[in-house]
Design a protein around this ligand. Structure first.
Ligand SMILES: C[S@@+](CC[C@H](N)C(=O)[O-])C[C@H]1O[C@@H](n2cnc3c(N)ncnc32)[C@H](O)[C@@H]1O
Length: 320
């Protein structure tokens, strides 16, 4: 398959910036925990020599199949494996000899274009399909199952927090009212309930269901809990000098990553007025770039998804 076709499945964002931020060592061990269509994975693998190794992971079976096809099509020296894993099971899916030896780890968060565009996956408010939204269709409850029991207040909270939906209360009320009449089982049904629930002014610009679909997807896949679990495991998995690169698309995710990296760099908990540190907490490494990296105007023009992408880097070791 030509690379343009792979880009239809999912066009990787900030590709050159990611490779630069990883400061790739050709003989190193790299883990891509969000392989998706394999765009970033392919670029990493292409830079490796015969000693270099890539582990490409995703919780989505369709993504792993696409990654496998893409990596197989490359003529490279480095070796690779494609593994099923969600962030919270990362350590369980690494061998002991890999732990503590990872030279670079990439997490390109959120969903792939394929997941969003494929009606059958149940993420799309543009096309009708089963109301699923799970990245791993063998794990946990679908959006339809959750919407059948969730309390109205909790639903409103999710819509407000993860979707920044200003009409969260009205939408939650409408969903709860509708489910008493009939089961909400398709994306089309949900999109219609939301469209009818919001005031006419909210129907004029972007699709009125956009924010709610995002919020429900984040809740279904426990995306924040997963990122927290990933960040907790990372420090013991990396080699000295190893770099972690995380690309996020949601302001809450970016804030969590920014705060975690700052804490890794300066974990001291002593009161400011103490002349020396007595808590004994040592820096795990440093942030090689202070500032967040964002897509160029040219990239945003070619791929609007890149508009909200924020890339942050942390380098382990090399301190005190
Ligand atoms: C933005 S896409 C990655 C695209 C990829 N970098 C590429 O170049 O094609 C995000 C991917 O991460 C996966 N993903 C999201 N959350 C995950 C989690 N908690 N554990 C494992 N995979 C996850 C999704 O299934 C999706 O395939």
């Amino acid at each position: 398959m030509a690379s343009a076709d792979y880009n239809k499945w999912h066009r990787p964002v900030l590709l050159a910036e990611t490779i630069e931020a990883l400061a790739l060592k050709p003989g190193g061990l790299y883990v891509d925990v969000t392989s998706g269509g394999g765009g970033h994975s392919a670029a990493i693998l292409s830079q490796l020599n015969a000693e270099g190794r890539l582990i490409a992971m995703d919780r989505d079976a369709d993504a792993r199949e696409e990654t496998r096809k893409r990596l197989e099509s490359l003529n490279t020296l480095g070796s690779y494996s494609v593994r099923s894993s969600k962030f919270s099971s990362l350590s369980l899916n690494l061998f002991d000899e890999e732990k503590g030896h990872i030279d670079g780890l990439l997490a390109d968060l959120g969903t792939s274009s394929y997941q969003l565009d494929e009606a059958d996956r149940g993420f799309s408010y543009h096309q009708d399909g089963p109301l699923d939204m799970r990245m791993d269709r063998s794990d946990g409850e679908s959006a339809a199952e959750i919407l059948a029991w969730i309390k109205e207040d909790d639903l409103a909270y999710i819509l407000r927090k993860y979707g920044e939906e200003t009409h969260a209360g009205r939408i939650a009320r409408a969903i709860v009212r509708e489910r008493k009449l009939r089961a909400i089982e398709t994306t089309g049904q949900l999109a219609e309930i939301i469209s009818k629930a919001v005031p006419a002014s909210a129907r004029r610009k972007k699709h009125p269901a956009r924010r709610s679909f995002q919020a429900i997807r984040i809740a279904v896949n426990r995306e924040f809990e997963e990122i927290e679990a990933l960040l907790e495991q990372i420090p013991v998995l990396m080699s000295s000098g190893g770099r972690v690169v995380i690309i996020s698309f949601h302001s809450l995710e970016d804030r969590l990553i920014k705060q975690t990296f700052a804490k890794w760099e300066d974990p001291c908990e002593c009161p400011r007025e103490f002349p020396i540190c007595v808590c004994g907490k040592k820096a795990l490494g440093k942030r090689p770039y202070r500032k967040v990296i964002e897509a160029s105007d040219e990239e945003v023009e070619e791929n609007s998804r890149a508009r909200s992408a924020k890339l942050r880097v942390f380098e382990f070791g090399g301190v005190g």
